[in-house]
Every structure is written in C-alpha cells, then in structure tokens.
Design a protein around this ligand. Structure first.
Ligand code: HEM
Length: 194
C-alpha cells in the first residue's frame, strides 16, 4: 500500500515520502512567517539592510558553528564552499558593523545536520530574490556588501544539496525535521530582535 502513504515510516524511521517534501511541508508555515518578517526590512536603505544582515548573522553564525561541531564536513566535503559565515561578517564589516549577540542553538545529531542544511541551503533561493531588491538601492555601500546574498551563485549548491539529501539512507526524518524547525526559529528570533 505505497500509494498515498505519505507519512508512513519503515522500521528504520525512513519515511516513504521524500524527506525533502516532508521538510518543505513541515516548515512552509515558518517560511511564510519569516518571509513576512523579513519584508519589513527596507533592504534598499543602509540601516535597513544592515539590520537585515545583523539578524541573518545572529542566526547563521551559531547554526554554522553547530554544523561544524557535529561534523558537517564528513557529510558535505564541499562544506568550505557552502559556509557563509565569513561572507556575512565581511558584508557587515563593509557597513561599519560587526556580528552582534547571536541566538543560542542546541548541538546537532547527524540527521539534525541534514535538517539544518536544508534550511540554510534553501535560504539561497530566497537570497536570489532579495539580491534583486538590494541591487535597486541608490546607496552604493549597500550594493557593495552583497557577499552573503550572492554567495555560491552559479554553483548549483541547492541542486547538489538535494541530490545528497535524497541519497542519505540513514537519516532519522523526524530528527531532521525538528532541526529544520529549530533553524527557522533561530532566524525568526533573530529577526524579531533586530
Ligand atoms: C524574504 C525572504 C525570502 C524570500 C522572498 C524567499 C523566497 C523563496 C522562494 C521563492 C523559494 C522557492 C524557490 C524555488 O523553488 O526555486 C524559497 C525556497 C526556500 N527558502 Fe526561502 N525565501 C526567503 C527567505 C528564506 C530564509 C531566510 C530561509 C531560511 C533561513 C529560507 C528557506 C528556504 C527553504 C528551505 C526553501 C526550499 C523549500 C523547498 O524545499 O522547496 N528562505 N524561498
């Protein structure tokens, strides 16, 4: 009875529906809310863009640190190409600012690494849209601080992430979903505070 069995788990905890679809369904509401929160920042203005970067960094840095601690490079050998902590810190530096207090995030399991990576890699898709807004800024300082939003452009990092995700045989889907929800919550918290 495979057809329509969208939420049935095998004994090893693997859902019969794709993990990516489950992650998307489980976080779509959080994505919508974050989207609405972020749209309140005026990305074309110096201070609005700086606040947006500060909020993003306050979540991104601790999440990336937790990934590193959990051995993300063992699962994604191209991790140095995916990490954006240095890029966002450099953007903030260009705007005369620095990363301020960060959100605290719990340690990650291997499945948690996959769920967190889903959120961070997915955020590149939104970044593409945001970059278009930033490009309309009349303030040249804003246009020159886009290492984070343009990071990985042309490298198909989202596609290669999805390939990796679908080939992961030993992932506890529920753990991955919990981690993805926590990652979205970290961005929401950071945006709330900004
Ligand atoms: C205002 C800001 C944002 C906008 C306008 C936006 C927009 C989008 C759009 C249009 C897609 C689908 C792109 C496609 O399928 O080609 C997408 C996907 C995604 N975004 Fe965002 N996004 C934003 C912020 C974020 C942030 C901050 C995160 C995470 C921290 C995020 C996480 C994701 C994820 C995980 C996906 C993949 C969903 C899937 O599995 O298909 N987004 N976003």
């Amino acid at each position: 009875m495979l057809a329509g069995a969208s939420d049935v788990s095998t004994p090893v905890g693997r859902s019969l529906s794709g993990l990516r679809e489950r992650l998307r369904d489980a976080t779509s509401e959080a994505h919508r809310e974050l989207d609405a929160q972020l749209s309140a920042f005026d990305l074309t203005g110096f201070s609005g863009y700086r606040r947006f970067l500060q909020a993003s960094a306050a979540a991104l840095l601790p999440l990336e640190a937790a990934l590193v601690k959990a051995g993300v490079a063992d699962i994604f050998p191209d991790w140095p190409e995916r990490s954006r902590s240095a890029a966002i810190a450099a953007d903030l530096g260009r705007l005369g600012s620095a990363v301020q207090s960060t959100i605290s995030v719990p340690p990650l399991t291997r499945s948690g690494v996959l769920g967190t990576m889903y959120v961070l890699e997915g955020s590149r898709l939104g970044a593409k849209f945001l970059l278009k807004t930033v490009a309309d800024s009349a303030d040249h300082r804003v246009g020159e601080a886009t290492s984070y939003l343009s990071h990985g452009e042309g490298k198909r990092l989202w596609q290669s992430f999805l390939t990796k995700l679908s080939s992961e045989a030993s992932c506890d889907d529920d753990e991955a979903i919990d981690a993805a929800r926590l990652a979205f919550a970290a961005f929401e918290q950071a945006a709330d505070r900004a």
